[in-house]
Design a protein. Structure first.
Length: 162
């Protein structure tokens, strides 16, 4: 397994954690905000979609922060349905995985830019591998808050107290 495959596998794991969270939610849960400073799951999904599309569209040939992206709007409540959110989720991840599948080992040392800052492709992939799990962890945490004692654990359950 090469590095691209390893990173894609790890990203796939985090994608699955998000999807296991979604499977436990009711439609209204996507839009729940625990407080004014916390993003809803819907907003996090909008942001991930914008980031994925911007970073992985023409990965090797264009700056990762596209002129058509409006990052600030990603953090605003939008008139979207859960179906729209799932389309964002699936399209974003498809774009990520397709761009990664097109890479070959000689691409790792190439320089690309994100907001004008130079990164090797390998470092840019590691940057995204840190960014996406950060937000997916937020999705999981908000999901746990919503579901409370009905939450189905996604990994090792807490030990039961006697």
């Amino acid at each position: 397994m090469n590095y691209v495959e390893m990173i894609a596998k790890r990203m796939g794991y985090y994608k699955t954690l998000g999807e296991h969270t979604f499977s436990q939610l009711e439609p209204a849960d996507y839009f729940y905000k625990p407080n004014a400073e916390t993003n809803s799951i819907a907003i996090i999904m909008q942001h991930l979609y914008g980031n994925m599309m911007s970073r992985f569209t023409n990965l090797l040939t264009e700056d990762g922060e596209k002129s058509w992206r409006n990052r600030d709007v990603e953090f605003e409540d939008q008139d979207v349905s859960v179906s729209d959110l799932m389309d964002f989720w699936n399209t974003g991840w498809s774009t990520v995985f397709a761009a990664m599948a097109a890479l070959n080992p000689t691409d790792f040392d190439k320089t690309i830019t994100i907001r004008g800052e130079a990164f090797t492709v390998f470092d840019a992939l590691l940057r995204q591998l840190a960014h996406y799990p950060y937000h997916i962890g937020q999705i999981v945490f908000v999901g746990k808050m919503i579901k409370d004692d009905k939450w189905k654990n996604l990994s090792m359950p807490k030990p039961k107290k006697n």
